[in-house]
Design a protein around this ligand. Structure first.
Ligand SMILES: [Zn+2]
Length: 123
């Protein structure tokens, strides 16, 4: 494999890898979710009277939360890839300054620079 020649290319490759990982995670969670739903259906469990039914209801809720998080993460990466194609990737959406390569390396889907992110957090 040839070494990437620029930080941009490296970040693009990283984004694509992140998208694959996020999509795989989402698919895995959805499979798990469907498994629980199916198992509950087959056993004919009653969430209110069967202790195991209550457990699976809790697991379902927990998984549903994880799935929506994974989906948002995937959306954020997709959006970053869109910005990459549009040529606006790596620029802070708040102040317009370039986001540092280090930050993008750690958070490829970041839309704000570290300064603006800190301001947001301290608010
Ligand atoms: Zn900024």
């Amino acid at each position: 494999m040839a070494a990437p020649s620029s930080p941009e290319q490296e970040l693009a490759a990283q984004l694509i890898a992140s998208r694959q990982a996020a999509a795989r995670r989402l698919a895995g969670l959805e499979r798990e979710f469907n498994g629980i739903v199916e198992a509950a259906g087959q056993a004919g469990t009653d969430d209110e009277h069967d202790p195991e039914g209550a457990t699976s209801a809790f697991e379902r809720q927990h998984l549903a939360a994880l799935i929506s998080q994974a989906r948002m993460h995937l959306d954020a990466i997709e959006a970053a890839l869109g910005r990459l194609e549009a040529g606006s990737y790596g620029r802070c959406q708040r102040c317009g300054q370039p986001i540092s390569v280090e930050r993008l390396g750690a958070r490829p889907a970041a839309v704000t620079c570290i300064t603006c992110a800190r301001l947001d957090r301290s608010r």
